[in-house]
Design a protein around this ligand. Structure first.
Ligand code: NAP
Length: 246
């Protein structure tokens, strides 16, 4: 039990990579906060975890809403007096070529993917600083490193997340808080299930390990960055992509 009774907030954790990250922490003894806009699904995940003897709470939350996030963090702090680990995972795509991209699609992706981590990190920072302990893990993407046609909005936010991570790592290091990012490649989730067979085949040719990643691969990197083994690592981006971005 590497994270026994540690309080871990995971945003966007009612499905996909976030759910796997939450489960991985819960299986290591953590009390996980399932934070998602999809209240019903978040509640289902919580019940499923509790039914399996794991510790979890669920909160309906839009990560772009400072007041909403603030109220949830206050509830968590009132009950548990601490937030040990924050995983900024919630993210969306609204792909299109730049010439066809609407302002709305640009703004929506920037809001969730970039404003979300800002809002959630800001909301937990005071408590972590007071405790002189904390781990912040931001889920970026290799698209933020390589760029991708049709994903200017998404790539800009994920590159932004990497810069944000380096900056908070510098700001918070003296308080015993580390901040790191994970840049997954193509992971089997609902987000990548939309890819057609031709695109999938082309992608696989670009991945040295020859297969898509799994949410478990990302969760494993997350546990490592939150663990005591990673206590001297901050401001870094771990790429989990089967070698795609080499
Ligand atoms: P996903 O299956 O679409 O899950 C994302 C979760 O975030 C959903 O539960 C979604 O709720 C929730 N969410 C969306 N907007 C939110 C908001 N404003 N506030 C709170 N929750 C919100 O995505 P995923 O594939 O697991 O991706 C998770 C993260 O990994 C994202 O940051 C993504 O960019 C990154 N990533 C994914 C891949 C990949 O291959 N899948 C690769 C690189 C990076 P709804 O169900 O209601 O929309």
């Amino acid at each position: 039990m590497r994270f026994k009774d540690e309080v871990v907030m995971v945003t966007g954790s009612s499905r996909g990579i976030g759910k796997e990250i939450a489960q991985a922490f819960a299986e290591e003894g953590a009390i996980v906060m399932i934070i998602d806009v999809n209240a019903e699904l978040a509640e289902e995940v919580k019940k499923d975890f509790i039914g399996r003897g794991l510790k979890a709470e669920s909160f309906c939350c839009d990560v772009t809403n400072l007041q909403n996030v603030g109220e949830i963090v206050t509830k968590i702090l009132d009950k548990y007096k601490r937030v040990d680990i924050l995983v900024n995972n919630a993210g969306i795509t609204k792909d299109n070529l730049l010439l066809r991209m609407s302002e709305n699609d640009w703004d929506a992706v920037v809001n969730v993917n970039l404003r979300g981590p800002f809002v959630c990190t800001k909301a937990v920072t005071k408590a972590m600083m007071k405790a002189r302990k904390g781990r912040i893990i931001n889920i970026a993407s290799i698209i933020g490193i390589r760029g991708n046609a049709g994903q200017t909005n998404y790539a800009a936010t994920k590159a932004g997340v990497i810069g944000f991570t380096k900056s908070i790592a510098r700001e918070l290091a003296s308080r015993g808080i580390t901040a790191n990012a994970i840049a997954p490649g193509y992971i089997q989730t609902a987000m990548t299930a939309q890819l057609n067979d031709n695109v999938r085949e082309e992608l696989l040719k670009q991945i040295p390990l020859g297969l898509l990643g799994t949410a478990k691969d990302v969760a494993g990197a997350c546990l490592f960055l939150a663990s005591s083994e990673a206590s001297y690592i901050t401001g870094q981006t771990i790429v989990v992509d089967g070698g795609m971005a080499i």
